[in-house]
Design a protein around this ligand. Structure first.
Ligand code: FRU
Length: 491
């Protein structure tokens, strides 16, 4: 077990870079490190920031405390990684360090913009004395070294009746002759998202509340992300104060002249315990790709300190997912690049699983694996189908499809995680004749996709590497598996 308490904390980019470089080699070898998910190289990370395709590469910035595997006092840096395929990430020194008057207590979340030969980032500055949260800008011509703008903060107040103390996580984009900025905020503890407009990307005027609420959108709307998708507009955000709900989407129509967003659909982006603050980018193929922080905050109902922080790191990202709309719901499919890293393919068809006769199968090494299954519901009589993953004799993860109740239930109470959570969400496919499930397993996380990729669960767990068995079981009746395909994943 490693303690970083003795490390000297130098709150500059080079101080942070030195600390990460000193420790990342040893951390990379830890048995719980994931193989094909981005994980913080050292210390702590939360939200993805400035997720952008720029100059031929994917850039991922993130909320980062390099000095401890804990958010501590939230004096955040922006960590940075670069990739060509969204799967292999290369460490780059941090992009932003807290330090100037307006951000001496932290450079919080924000987004990035493509300016051709320059990369711009917007972020929230946190000050140790003034409680107002302010919006700031920094720019880079090489995508590595950033200079904070001399006119910062560019937006010091909400310029409306919403709270200045909860005013954060800007997203900026260009449309026609204008730049637009949204930020999360609250008014009288009712979450809202504020919309601003500018002609020069520096001087902003308040336009409208993109969304406001009477509590149904939570008490603060964190990390809003707004974009056009398949002819409609989608707003992603992470609400505070909605208990089990923590990353939601709204779908509607948007009018650029009035700044009004007329939304008609409200949905859950991911029902798992570990999916927060998603951001999106558009890449050279025109794909809208989303990535999220794959961990949870201590204010979430299921939180227990079960994570990897005692090993010197804490924080990972979800798999990147390509977004589209399916029957007016948000559909998110893991990016196709992952298919390049499939190894050891296996295939079964027409399997009948009878009660008390579990069907055992293989998927890669049982730790890093992809599993795709199609179950014929018309010829299945069982009420419940249980997938046991990462099992040995007494430990396992359980994923149950309750066909009678129409529920998908993930249960890690028989794992090594201290947090004994059970996450239950609707399983709409019980109305169909075939139920499709797509599962990704990495060393310490599982991502499950179903209902045409509109119902997803991302959950972390801790399991000994000796637990590798996989099985499918029913308690009564039988289940008819039409097709089962598995792969190992090796990047
Ligand atoms: C969301 C969040 C943001 C804030 C950042 C601080 O997880 O609370 O609202 O900018 O984290 O690290």
């Amino acid at each position: 077990m490693k303690s970083y308490a003795s490390l000297q904390r130098i709150f500059t980019i080079s101080g942070a870079d030195m600390c990460v470089k000193q420790n990342m080699g040893e951390i990379a070898n830890h048995f719980l490190r994931q193989k094909y998910h981005f994980e913080v190289p050292c210390g702590w990370c939360n939200d993805p920031n400035g997720f952008l395709y720029w100059n031929g590469s994917y850039h991922l910035f993130y909320q980062h405390n390099p000095f401890a595997a804990d958010p501590e006092d939230f004096k955040m840096f922006w960590g940075h990684a670069v990739s060509n395929d969204l799967v292999h990430w290369e460490y780059v020194k941090p992009a932003l360090a807290p330090g100037l008057t307006y951000d001496n207590a932290g450079c919080w979340s924000g987004n990035a913009i493509d300016l051709g030969d320059r990369l711009g980032v917007f972020y929230t500055g946190i000050n140790s004395k003034n409680k107002n949260q302010v919006q700031c800008y920094a720019e880079s011509s090489d995508g590595i070294n950033f200079t904070k703008d001399f006119e910062n903060p560019l937006l010091k107040e909400t310029l409306c009746s919403a709270s200045n103390e909860d005013f954060r996580d800007p997203q900026v984009w260009r449309h026609g002759d204008y730049w637009y900025l949204i930020a999360g905020s609250a008014e009288n503890d009712y979450g809202c998202v504020l919309l601003y407009r500018s002609t020069d990307c520096r001087h902003w005027s308040f336009m409208n509340k993109l969304v406001e609420s009477f509590g149904e959108l939570g008490s603060v709307c964190e990390c809003p992300n707004f974009f056009e998708l398949d002819g409609r507009y989608v707003l992603l955000f992470s609400p505070h104060g909605l208990k089990q709900r923590k990353s939601v989407y709204l779908i509607g129509d948007f009018n650029y002249d009035s700044g009004k967003f007329f939304w008609d659909t409200y949905g859950e982006i991911d029902w798992g315990t570990d999916f927060y603050a998603p951001q999106t980018l558009v890449d050279a193929h025109g794909r809208r790709i989303m990535i999220a922080w794959a961990n949870s905050w201590d204010w979430m109902p299921w939180f227990e300190k079960y994570d990897t922080s005692c090993f010197g790191y804490s924080g990972a990202m979800s798999l990147p997912r390509e977004l589209s709309l399916y029957r007016n719901q948000l559909q998110s499919r893991p990016i196709r690049e992952l298919e390049r890293y499939r190894v050891d393919p296996k295939y079964w068809e027409n399997i009948t699983v009878n009660s008390n006769e579990p069907f055992y199968y293989q998927a890669g090494d049982g730790i890093c694996a992809e599993i795709k299954v199609a179950i014929n519901l018309t010829s299945t009589t069982a009420d419940e189908i249980e997938f046991r993953l990462r099992s040995n004799r007494d430990k396992y993860l359980s994923l149950v499809c309750n066909l009678k109740k129409g529920e998908l239930i993930f249960d890690r109470s028989r794992s090594d995680s201290a947090s004994k959570i059970v996450r239950c969400c609707p399983l709409r496919s019980v109305m169909d004749s075939i139920l499709y499930l797509h599962i990704y397993l990495d060393t310490s996380s599982i991502e499950v996709f179903t209902d045409h990729y509109c119902t997803n669960q991302s959950n972390n767990f801790i399991m000994p590497t000796t637990c590798r068995n996989l099985s499918i079981a029913v308690q009564s009746g039988f289940c008819q598996i039409e097709k089962l395909e598995t792969w190992g994943i090796n990047i």
